[in-house]
Design a protein around this ligand. Structure first.
Ligand SMILES: NC(=O)c1ccc[n+]([C@@H]2O[C@H](COP(=O)([O-])OP(=O)(O)OC[C@H]3O[C@@H](n4cnc5c(N)ncnc54)[C@H](O)[C@@H]3O)[C@@H](O)[C@H]2O)c1
Length: 235
């Protein structure tokens, strides 16, 4: 899985580990990733997912080291806050390189391996509520997450015949390091009031959805964009 060094990804890695998964963790936060891996008996891989050649190579190495792949979780993502009129080409490209293109690359490598083994598999991609409803100062991020939803649907269509399911998760607000530099208590209060449940999500609540999606309980669920937004989004 990608982006497991901290935040939602760390919670997903922990939850999958509890379920008995043997994990390879791909992240650019090498030291943190190594520490997480040691805690979970997982294999750490240092990679910048913005580099598609390195990503493909490391992904294949990770699969070889594990001896195969049943589940791919594409969780890594970045958010650069900027008003629409100030978004630079670099902001746009950096966002799409990590949030979408890396996902295509890891999916291609993992899916080839899954098809070759002939035992099916599961892919979970991290989208966002922003991919459905958008959010000010996040046009590039929202567009990238809408792209994740589209990529997930076509992945489900093309890989379904091989017994491979693909779904994505659309979290609402989760108080991780992502966006922490611009977050204020007033913003958190306003976000909390947007949910009928009156609060933001915890990383483990998103992780629980990932565990469900890769489980046999979700065996007839593919191509979906599952909200974990406390009811902020209902479609
Ligand atoms: N936090 C939220 O409110 C929220 C809401 C909706 C969706 N999401 C999505 O959930 C996912 C995880 O977000 P988070 O809040 O845990 O963020 P985070 O910033 O805490 O963690 C992101 C992880 O991805 C890794 N990563 C980022 N860019 C990378 C790169 N180029 N190469 C390798 N690793 C890279 C980071 O090192 C980190 O471990 C993201 O896809 C994010 O867009 C987050």
């Amino acid at each position: 899985m990608t982006g497991a060094a901290r935040g939602i990804g760390a919670a997903i890695a922990e939850a999958l580990h509890r379920e008995g998964a043997h994990l390879a963790l791909l992240d650019r936060e090498n030291e943190l990733c190594q520490r997480r891996a040691a805690e979970l008996g997982a294999l750490p891989f240092d990679v910048d997912l913005a580099d598609p050649v390195a990503t493909a190579e490391v992904m294949q190495r990770a699969i070889d080291a594990l001896g195969g792949v049943d589940v791919l979780v594409n969780n890594a993502g970045i958010l650069r806050m900027a008003p629409l009129l100030d978004i630079t080409v670099d902001d746009w490209d950096a966002t799409f390189d990590v949030n979408v293109r890396a996902m295509l690359v890891t999916t291609q490598v993992a899916a080839r391996s899954m098809i070759e083994r002939g035992q099916g598999g599961c892919i979970v991609n991290m989208a966002s509520m922003g991919g459905k409803v958008g959010s000010p100062n996040q046009a590039h991020y929202a567009a990238s997450k809408a792209a994740v939803i589209g990529l997930t649907r076509v992945t489900a269509m093309e890989l379904g015949p091989h017994g491979i399911r693909a779904n994505c998760i659309c979290p609402g607000y989760v108080l991780t390091e992502m966006g922490a530099d611009t977050r204020t208590p007033e913003m958190v209060a306003a976000w909390s009031s947007m949910s009928p449940l009156g609060r933001c999500a915890t990383p483990s609540e998103v992780a629980d959805m990932a565990v469900f999606l890769v489980s046999d309980e979700a065996r007839y669920c593919t191509g979906q964009a599952m909200n974990v937004s406390g009811g902020m989004v209902m479609h």
